[in-house]
Design a protein around this ligand. Sequence first.
Ligand SMILES: [Zn+2]
Ligand SMILES: [Zn+2]
Length: 380
Amino acid sequence: MLGVSKTATDDEIKKAYRKIAIKYHPDRNPGNAEAEEKFKEAAEAYDVLHDPQKRQQYDQFGFDAPGGGFGGGGFGGGGFSMDDIFSMFGDVFGGHGGFGGFGGGFGGGQRQKPQYRGADLRIKVALTLEEIATGTTKKFKVKKDVTCTHCKGTGAEGGSGSETCPTCHGSGVVTRTVRTMLGMMQTQSECPTCNGEGTIIKNKCKECGGSGVVKGEEVVEIKIPAGVAEGMVVNVPGKGNAGQHNGITGNIQVYITELPNDTFVRDGNDLIYNLLLDFPTAVLGDSVEIPTIDGGKVKIKIEPGTQPGKTLRLRGKGLPAVEGYGSGKGDLVVNISVYVPKELSRDEKKAIESFKNSDNFKGDKETKKSIFDRFKNYFN
Ligand SMILES: [Zn+2]
Ligand SMILES: [Zn+2]
């Protein structure tokens, strides 16, 4: 639909979508059902591709993804309405805060009644590494502006309705003539009486004072994709403050923080596990169990004569990439160190002392070998 390749970057996708959205925009194609359909399809395609999780699903399964797929109402049942399209992709259309939508429309068409947009909410969430590994769903009780039930968001008391604004006579703008050095100039600005709506409420709702929104509380469930990291922001469209006068609902922005983990240290998508071997195991070799982030265990083989500082890499046992595609999962990196006993019984001490003169316990051989190797390479 967007005409982009499988490897397209977010920026390319955004550009392609913007182009199509402008071409098929309903303002440009009044009464053209086909154009409207194309406009909606492009929005759905964009929604899939700019959301890392949905894109991964799409890359894997195409539009017939499990759980309803994407086509025909895969999102929350019933597909997109035009309002969704404008409110969801504020970043594409550049309509953040204040009034949403396309502003003055295209090619100097007639003025659209502006819509209020509710402010975005910011939430901080602290996640464990285990939650990050699998992705998680969090419930929040958020205080926010909700649509006033008394007036159903209209702001008018008892269905009294609204009347044409006496200041701007319904146009939503006021024109001022100002004298400048270049002569008389006309400037247009938003009508201060009706905030550009063109109408005012005759009898204001006694619950919300005419704004159409009241302070309220809502329990919001937010899905956090796997692989997120400290400092990332997950945007949840349409869950923020309600817009005045049944306007556009803002978003919730979820700021991710990471809780420290007792077992693993995160390094990008790799997890680091510090394994402290006892001396006999390092010398004789054995198989050892290592914990994994999913709560399981994995057996690794310790070769006889394993040196401290050795690292083992268990492919794909780390964290998933947040995009979920391309680079795939990180690794579990096992850093090996060897515990040197600090306290010994008399017998143990004797036994160790007996090794003291053995060449096998001296590092000389290794050192000599590595010097020899260096020379060999030098002359070859
Ligand atoms: Zn009200
Ligand atoms: Zn006005």
